[in-house]
Design a protein around this ligand. Structure first.
Ligand SMILES: Cc1ncc(COP(=O)(O)O)c(C=O)c1O
Length: 316
């Protein structure tokens, strides 16, 4: 990906990607002491408009992640929304995009800690490239790696260093011929994918691990729960899920900003349902695709329009 033309936001100013330097000894790089978000923008050719999805929810979660790491984002959520709209406009993107806001410990010295270290806050926008190709359904395995526990480093915060856990599981899965991994918690209950939340369907109801199962409290997860209840009128139950229930599920799918709604066709070589996308997964996926492209008026307020919105420029 050629990043040289991209304008980023860093510590209160806009500059070219190449001008925003991070030193080799930076704490966030050496110790993983940072947190981040992943936000998507969908380009609508017919409307010549960019829709940013669940911006407020993502920035609220970033503030929570930062608080857990005793950092403070130097802007309110409203300011962040304005800055983000301004940033996307400056880049004049005319394609689907991915936004990566982050805050990290930026001292360049030796000594792991959170205290007495300055923070750097940045937002990096990039054209979106496909994350998980779920068009034929995903083949997944249960990872031999367990999901990091809240008593070690809280997974409900999107902490940079925690992604070692995800990377180990993902690469193990891919190297063994699968598309993705499902991680269990330390006590053997289902947690989530390497970068996605997990849902299963049994007897017409939708189940997903509750937030105490070391999951990231996904923005797409919450959106899907609401859509399932309001549009499909199905029951959504958050509870602990056993590994065996994965094999018994009628439908299984991941949710995530990057992954979207990605249906799973096999787990540990057990076929899910009839091996094709199930009716509930299909309907949820179609409605969600409509929502993020502003085709479902009931959820229009989940989107922030970039080009038509008569917003004032960010105050930076
Ligand atoms: C570990 C993990 N779980 C779940 C998710 C899905 O969260 P969201 O729907 O907010 O993108 C992500 C994606 O960021 C993730 O990294």
């Amino acid at each position: 990906m050629d990043l040289s033309d991209i304008t980023v936001y860093i510590n209160g100013r806009f500059c070219r990607y190449d001008e925003a330097k991070v030193g080799l000894l930076t704490h966030g790089l050496q110790y993983g002491t940072g947190c981040f978000e992943g936000i998507r923008g969908y380009w609508d050719v017919a409307e010549s408009e960019m829709y940013l999805v669940l911006l407020r929810e993502h920035y609220d979660r970033l503030s929570t992640s930062a608080k857990i790491l005793t950092m403070k984002i130097p802007h309110t959520t409203d300011e962040l929304i304005d800055i983000t709209v301004d940033l996307v406009r400056r880049n004049n993107f005319r394609t689907d995009i991915y936004l990566r806001p982050c805050i990290f410990k930026s001292a360049e010295d030796i000594g792991v800690r959170l205290h007495n270290v300055p923070d750097t806050f940045a937002i990096i926008p990039v054209p979106f490239t496909s994350y998980l190709d779920a068009s034929k359904g995903l083949s997944v395995c249960v990872s031999s790696w367990r999901r990091a526990d809240d008593t070690m480093a809280p997974p409900r915060a999107k902490i940079t260093g925690l992604y070692v856990n995800s990377a180990l599981a993902k690469s193990e899965a891919v190297n063994n011929g699968y598309d993705e991994a499902i991680l269990l918690s330390h006590d053997g209950h289902v947690s989530e994918g390497s970068a996605e939340n997990l849902f299963l369907v049994r007897n017409g109801a939708l189940y997903t691990p509750d937030p105490s199962q070391n999951v990231l409290e996904g923005c797409t997860r919450r959106a899907i729960m609401q859509i399932a209840q309001e549009q499909l009128k199905i029951q959504v139950i958050e509870r602990s899920i056993d590994r065996g229930e994965l094999y018994a599920a009628e439908e299984l799918f991941f949710t995530g900003t990057a992954a979207g709604i990605a249906h799973i066709v096999s787990v540990d070589h057990r076929v899910v349902g009839d091996g094709k996308i199930g009716p509930i997964s299909k309907q949820l996926s179609e409605i969600y695709q409509g929502v993020v492209r502003n085709k479902v008026p009931a959820y229009a307020d989940w989107l922030t329009s970039v080009y038509s919105a008569a917003k004032k420029p960010a105050a930076v």
